[in-house]
Design a protein around this ligand. Structure first.
Ligand code: PLP
Length: 397
């Protein structure tokens, strides 16, 4: 008899976004026509930049002519894009061969698929609060999870702990949901820990483009020793508005070897077996992100989101609410006022000022009592949300 993967029965209900949507639905049913300000989403609101759009159009035209038509491309990514990404890393002093860069359909896909490289008996350490997919992908594979909580004491940047060792280590910086960012010394601590223990770090750099402080690392490969212990997962979703277009990239250095096996070679074998790659058109659009025009244009969009974050941070400052993030990250992680739980504050914002945010408790137990606001929303709505937040929070004092 067929046996389903029983590990799925161990998954906790993915009730965070479901519960949010149910509550919003119920509110709108009772208050038809009410305008909600949505600061909960992790999706972007600005369109793709001109350089990308132009490249996409040109690539579509290429596919219309026999001389420029492309069929299958190399599974691990088109050389033009792998080279453009390697050249982008070189600007930060990180030297990569083009075949250490793998083009993907996005970070989510990779975070799940990469687990194929590791035995199911491996343990996975997850810094929390965390993007929910890290836990769920490992539960599906039946792995034991070591939860590493963080909090205000460590600025939501937990450091290695001799009592919390694991084979795989998930780090996300800039962090979703807390907006905190590891500095060089902290990342060096993690790299040294991983090398000493033979662990592999899965470094999620989906929000690296939001770093504005020059002293903070965008890539784990800026840290000495990272090439023997880390895989970096990147995405153009937030960097360049590719959430609906789908493109990302993953770096697996050739120096990353475990038990005599090269993880880079294993991933080539995996990709050439399990995918026929990303479409030519999308890879052409992605390559435009790494041109000087593309870089300038994506920065304009990021500036808009950063201005949104500033408006929200000012409102919180005026109300004396403590928070982290918002500066080098698109998320603001605030402490719920008056000791409220995450869901109590969610209900209060929805019912009293019609703002939808994300309860911190949905990102792990240590997120209870916190709340995430996103700067990816529309600018007018964000400005209005700041006014309403002040109205609500000042009332209380
Ligand atoms: N990693 C983190 C931390 C994210 O927040 C997200 C999306 O919100 C992803 C990965 C997934 O990105 P992608 O759209 O490339 O799948």
């Amino acid at each position: 008899m067929l046996k389903p993967n029983r590990n799925y029965a161990e998954l906790k209900d993915s009730y965070l976004f479901y519960r949010i949507s149910q509550k919003v639905k119920a509110y709108l049913a009772d208050h038809p026509g009410e305008r909600l300000l949505r600061l909960g989403i992790g999706d972007v609101s600005l369109p793709l930049c001109d350089a990308v759009i132009q490249a996409l159009h040109e690539a579509v035209d290429d596919q219309a002519k026999k001389e420029t038509f492309h069929g299958y491309l190399p599974e691990c990514g088109a050389p033009f894009l792998r080279e453009a990404i390697a050249a982008h890393y070189a600007k930060r002093g990180v030297s990569l061969a083009a075949d250490e860069v793998f083009v993907s359909s996005g970070a989510s896909d990779e975070l799940g698929d990469l687990l194929d490289l590791f035995d199911r008996s491996n343990t996975a350490l997850i810094m929390e609060p965390a993007y929910p997919a890290y836990v769920d992908a490992n539960v599906m594979a039946g792995r034991t999870i070591v939860h590493l909580p963080s909090g205000e004491k460590d600025g939501f940047l937990p450091m290695p702990d001799e009592c919390a060792k694991a084979d795989l280590i998930y780090l996300c910086s800039p962090n979703n949901p807390t907006g905190s960012v590891f500095n060089r010394e902290q990342l060096q601590g993690w790299v040294d820990f991983a090398n000493e223990n033979g662990s592999v770090i899965l470094f999620d750099a989906a929000y690296e483009a939001f770093i504005e402080d020059d002293t903070l690392p965008h890539s784990i490969f800026e840290i000495d020793g990272a090439k023997t212990c880390a895989i970096e997962i990147c995405s153009l979703s937030k960097t360049a508005g590719f959430t609906g277009t789908r493109l990302g990239y993953t770096v697996i250095p050739k120096a990353l070897v475990r038990d005599g096996m090269s993880l880079n070679e294993m991933w080539v074998r995996n990709r050439t077996t399990k995918t026929n790659g990303v479409s030519y058109i999308i890879q052409k659009g992605g390559a435009a992100v790494f041109t000087p025009e593309g870089q300038a244009q994506i920065q304009e969009n990021i500036r808009v989101y950063k201005q949104n974050a500033k408006v929200l941070m000012q409102a919180l400052d005026e109300c004396g609410i403590s928070y982290c993030g918002g500066k080098n990250a698109p998320y603001i992680w605030l402490k719920c006022p008056n000791g409220k739980s995450s869901w109590e504050f969610f209900d209060e914002l929805l019912n009293k000022v019609q703002i939808v945010g994300t309860p911190g408790a949905g990102f792990g137990e240590c997120g209870e009592g916190y709340f995430r606001l996103s700067s990816f929303g529309n600018t007018e709505d964000t400005a209005e949300a700041a006014v309403r937040l002040k109205r609500l929070l000042k009332q209380k004092q």
